[in-house]
Design a protein around this ligand. Structure first.
Ligand code: ZN
Ligand code: ZN
Length: 263
């Protein structure tokens, strides 16, 4: 089966992708036979990491145009990964006004918990953190983002905290957060969102089959794929296993060029 489009890729235009490379990512996609690639750079305004910033959208769009001129056989899509857009409606509106973007992802990375702002990638470093409580808060914040009316189409890496699970803790189980996750999926289906299966550069499916099945049960119509690559050699990593999983959960490739799989 041919690989689906990779609709979540970062390049040198993202603050956390120092070895990202738009042109080489295009070459890699062509090499793999991936029909389309979307460069969804970070637009972060909740600042918890050194050097964190939103994409320079004008410079980025010029770079996309240069790649489109060089790689005529690859469909190159523009995009952005909005971090906590419901906390930053003005900044979100400004970046989306710069140009019509093909892919707009909504992501939660950070929560406000115990009097501070923390990225879920930092949960395990915080001594004494109520870990399940923080994960529950992560899901509560995700629901708030979905319900906020912010204009993003794709719900990205729904269970992001599991990428950074605490060593020695009981393993992550979707069932432990079933109420929270089903609530998010219901809201996402109601608002016409697309659920992303993020392959975490080939490391872990985010979310996995349990949640994709719940998505179907919630009335979710479409699924799309993203590697979340931050360097060219990770483009479309994990897609073979991800498409098998999504198919087993009851979705099939659509005949349109969206790159979505539909029920
Ligand atoms: Zn992200
Ligand atoms: Zn990302």
């Amino acid at each position: 089966m041919p690989l689906p489009p990779d609709l979540h890729v970062h390049t040198e235009w993202s603050w956390d992708a120092p070895i990202g490379h738009m042109e080489r990512s295009c070459r890699r996609a062509i090499e793999l036979g991936v029909p389309a690639i979307a460069f969804t750079e970070h637009a972060d305004w909740a600042l918890v990491h050194e050097g964190q910033r939103a994409v320079d959208i004008d410079g980025y769009l010029d770079a996309v145009e240069r790649c489109r001129a060089s790689f005529k056989d690859l469909r190159i899509l523009t995009g952005v990964e909005l971090g906590e857009p419901h906390w930053f409606p003005e900044e979100t509106a400004a970046i989306l006004a710069a140009a019509p973007l093909d892919q707009v992802h909504g992501s939660i990375h950070c929560i406000r918990f115990g009097g501070e702002m923390i990225d879920a990638s930092q949960f395990r470093e915080k001594a004494g953190l109520d870990f399940p409580g923080a994960v529950r808060e992560y899901f509560r914040e995700t629901l708030a983002m979905v319900d906020s009316g912010q204009p993003f189409e794709t719900l990205a890496h729904l269970d992001y905290p599991k990428r950074y699970w605490l060593a020695g803790a009981a393993p992550y189980r979707e069932q432990d957060y079933e109420g929270e996750i089903r609530g998010i999926l219901k809201a996402a289906a109601r608002t016409g969102r697309v659920l992303e299966v993020n392959t975490t550069r080939g490391q872990i499916l985010c979310p996995d089959i349990t949640v994709v099945r719940w998505w179907r049960e919630a009335g979710g119509q479409a699924v799309q794929y993203g590697s979340d690559a931050h360097q060219p050699d990770r483009v479309a990593e994990g897609f073979a296993i991800a498409t098998q999983m999504v198919e087993a959960a009851g979705f099939k490739p659509a005949s349109d060029p969206t790159g979505h799989w539909r029920r």
